[in-house]
Design a protein around this ligand. Structure first.
Ligand SMILES: NC(=O)c1ccc[n+]([C@@H]2O[C@H](COP(=O)([O-])OP(=O)(O)OC[C@H]3O[C@@H](n4cnc5c(N)ncnc54)[C@H](OP(=O)(O)O)[C@@H]3O)[C@@H](O)[C@H]2O)c1
Length: 302
């Protein structure tokens, strides 16, 4: 008796070996967890050895390497069926997590990984870029991702480009900042967006591995807010009255230029943050998790 179609797909999936780059990051861990739950074999690439224990605990085989080191990726694609890359320089204004611009981390590391995928005959490559990235290539953060997309488009491999809006995790910092009593808003705070939970993005990524053709998927969450409304949610989560200080975008861009002189990547991040806070960014709703629940849970954990 034949297996039902669903079971056949599951059995085929079990046979796959999936390499996840950036596996120690916020999104990467969700991807690893969901792949393992689906029965896939996962080879996780992490940069820092302290991330290795966490992904091994999820059941993944792990390699610690710096993708920017010469020859670091040679041979890594052998025996791999599909690659997911969530690899990128940290998306934070902190000047203490590296200085190299995004174009000198995200682009070269992911381009080398894509070339290795082709060399090793890997059948598909899923890359996480960003919603609206094509339209703001003058920004270093967006251009770094778009360089990878351009490269993948030229390669003989089924490439899936996943373009999420902002992750809940990236917004959660607002809850911590709201505890200071006042939140900065670049511009009037009216630009709309629909942030998405990392786990919802990971679910889209895991499904993308079943695609044989190249594709592009924009991923947003279920609720669309203005940037000011997101700030208000952060205050609500801690039970405080919302208070904002409006920073003129010109001033924020000046601040970004000054910061870039000390730390180029931190400066590029602030330029990008100014752009996203003043420009609408809405993607088709794919996710189901709610930002208000996430903020309340984040606030409860302290
Ligand atoms: N955050 C957002 O709202 C958002 C929205 C849309 C798209 N994205 C994009 O989605 C991707 C994943 O985001 P995320 O928030 O999960 O980022 P993340 O937490 O910073 O994870 C990125 C991972 O890449 C790894 N990595 C960086 N440089 C490396 C190198 N040279 N060699 C090997 N590994 C390296 C990091 O390892 P270490 O931890 O060891 O440094 C980290 O684990 C990024 O490309 C990001 O730009 C993010």
């Amino acid at each position: 008796m034949g297996l039902p179609e669903h079971s056949v797909r599951q059995s085929a999936a079990v046979a796959r070996r999936v390499l996840v780059a950036g596996a120690g990051g916020v999104l990467g861990r969700h991807v690893v967890r969901q792949l393992i739950a689906r029965g896939e074999r996962v080879l996780a690439l992490v940069r820092r050895s302290r991330s290795a224990a966490a992904v091994q605990a999820l059941g993944a085989e792990c390699r610690v390497l710096d993708a920017l080191a010469p020859e670091a990726l040679r041979g890594i694609g052998d025996g791999v069926d599909a690659i997911v890359s969530c690899l990128g320089a940290p998306v934070t204004p902190s000047p203490f997590v590296g200085r190299r611009p995004y174009t000198r981390v995200d682009a070269p590391a992911n381009i080398s990984l894509a070339d290795e995928a082709v060399r090793a005959g890997v059948s598909n490559f899923t890359y996480v870029a960003l919603a609206g990235g094509r339209a703001c290539r003058t920004l270093n953060y967006a251009d770094a991702h778009e360089r990878v997309v351009d490269h993948l488009e030229k390669l003989p491999i089924a490439a899936c480009i996943v373009r999420p809006t902002g992750f809940f995790g990236a917004m959660a910092e607002l809850v911590s900042m709201a505890r200071w009593g006042v939140l900065p808003i670049f511009g009037d705070g009216a630009a709309l967006t629909n942030p998405v939970h990392e786990a919802d993005v990971a679910a889209v990524i895991v499904q993308s591995l079943d695609r044989a053709e190249s594709s592009m998927i924009e991923v947003g969450g279920p609720d669309t807010f203005s940037r000011k409304a997101i700030g208000k949610l952060a205050f609500e989560a801690i039970g405080r009255r919302a208070r904002f200080v409006h920073v003129p975008p010109k001033l924020a861009r000046c601040g970004a230029m000054m910061l870039a002189a000390i730390n180029p990547r931190a400066g590029h991040f602030v330029r990008f943050a100014t752009h996203v806070m003043t420009t609408p960014c809405i993607a088709p709703c794919v996710g189901s998790q709610r930002l208000a629940d996430y903020f309340h849970e984040y606030a409860r954990k302290g």
